[in-house]
Design a protein around this ligand. Structure first.
Ligand SMILES: *Cc1c(COP(=O)(O)O)cnc(C)c1O
Length: 406
């Protein structure tokens, strides 16, 4: 057993990022300026998007995206229940309603058929989340959106880089929102990016990200700029700093290497757990490129004597940090008081009770990965019911499992 605790995540930041930050600090230009513009351009060409706007979080990005499509009070926006708080909370900023959607059993992405069934005359948009980095069925979602005149705003907080066919996430939906939070696939500490093919959206988003003041307001302290500005709309304060963008430029340059490292870890986990029927490994459908931001296993609890929470505690006792992505929105007090119930989302509810996110990040050494594998195997083999239980008790075990699940 390992002697030091392996955190669930650690960012990988090198001398390049440190030098970029100190250079920025010495340059005298700290907030939105030349590094932000460079980061936006490089990010846009990386994902193949016509326009990119850097902001200070993915939450800000989602808020600005909904503003750009003109979301109104009373509108409805379809979001998966299996996501982080941000995806749905931004809808409430407009006094609009987030309508929760259940997951597909294999990818845990929102289910397109359930999306279609939830559309009403008030529905304005869909916010698909590429859960763990597995792209949603974008062709199907775009087809549904087109048929019902809905906008598609992708929450791509997990999906850098990710592909549907040859198309990279960031070049598919009407607007795509990325996160550079400390735990994401590349980081600027806090940060986000919006990509879109539509110039009108990009211009509106850029303006609203900085107080709704006239174009190129950030230049007003340079020789190219002027002291004069006009407030065109009451906007927000969502701009990214040059300090953060300088980190982002270096992280983006390493994005493919990071991806390769995560893919390798995913393959090792996959091989290591293949002979354990108690573990349902994450799927990767054919024709997609998975970012492997998260590696979410699902425990077949009916075959184990331990609960998910006990497995997490046992992993912690073995010095392995894990997490759970996510507690579905409908199980939280706020959404419960809006009338949502456990049984409304059977797929997400069942998945939640069985899921554990294992560490997967480029800073992990081969030994770290081996330690996770050893600990998981030890715990599963120790709490396995099927093979060790004599035939006479197996029936009882099955009955217990059924009560546990209900
Ligand atoms: C992290 C995350 C966000 C929020 O990102 P921030 O940059 O922290 O605002 C949104 N959606 C999902 C699915 C996330 O995992």
């Amino acid at each position: 057993m390992r002697t030091s605790f392996l955190p669930f995540h650690l960012p990988l930041v090198g001398e390049e990022e440190i030098r970029a930050v100190t250079d920025t600090l010495r340059s005298g230009w700290l907030t939105t300026g030349p590094s932000v513009r460079r980061f936006e351009q490089q990010f846009g060409s990386f994902v193949g998007a016509a326009h990119s706007v850097a902001v200070n979080s993915a939450t800000a990005a989602l808020h600005l995206a909904l503003d750009a499509i003109g979301l109104q009070e009373g509108d409805e926006v379809l979001v998966p229940t299996m996501t982080f708080a941000a995806t749905a909370e931004v809808v409430t900023y407009f006094n609009a309603t987030p309508v929760l959607i259940d997951s597909q059993p294999d990818t845990l992405n929102l289910d397109p058929e359930k999306v279609e069934a939830a559309i009403t005359p008030r529905t304005r948009a869909i916010i698909p989340v590429h859960f763990a980095g597995h792209p949603c069925d974008m062709p199907r979602l775009m087809e549904i959106a087109k048929a019902h005149r809905l906008m598609v705003i992708e929450d791509a907080a997990h999906a850098l880089p990710a592909y549907f066919g040859d198309d990279m996430v960031g070049s598919i939906g009407d607007i795509t929102c990325f996160s550079f939070y400390a735990t994401k696939t590349i980081t600027t500490g806090e940060g986000g990016m919006i990509t879109t093919e539509r110039q009108d959206y990009a211009e509106r988003i850029r303006m609203m990200s900085l107080h709704g003041i006239s174009k190129d307001a950030w230049k007003r302290y340079t020789s190219e700029g002027s002291w004069y500005y006009e407030i065109l709309e009451p906007g927000y304060k969502y701009n990214l700093t040059d300090i953060a963008a300088a980190i982002g430029i270096e992280q983006l340059a390493k994005c493919r290497d990071f991806w390769r490292a995560r893919r390798r870890i995913a393959e090792r986990y996959h091989d290591a757990f293949a002979d354990l029927p108690e573990i349902q490994a994450p799927v990767s459908r054919s024709g997609i490129g998975h970012s492997w931001h998260l590696y979410v296993i699902q425990l077949r609890l009916e075959q184990l004597s331990a609960t998910r929470d006990e497995v997490i505690e046992e992993l912690k006792a073995e010095n392995i940090g894990t997490s759970v992505h996510f507690i579905p929105l409908h199980l939280h007090p706020y959404y419960r008081t809006r009338g949502y119930q456990r049984s409304d989302f059977p797929v997400a509810t069942a998945a939640f009770e069985r899921m554990v996110s294992l560490p997967i990040y480029p800073r992990m050494t081969d030994e770290d990965v081996e330690d996770v594998i050893d600990a998981v195997r030890r715990i599963v083999l120790h709490s396995r019911r099927s093979t060790l239980a004599p035939l006479s008790t197996r029936h009882t075990a099955d009955r217990v499992a059924v009560t546990e699940r209900s």
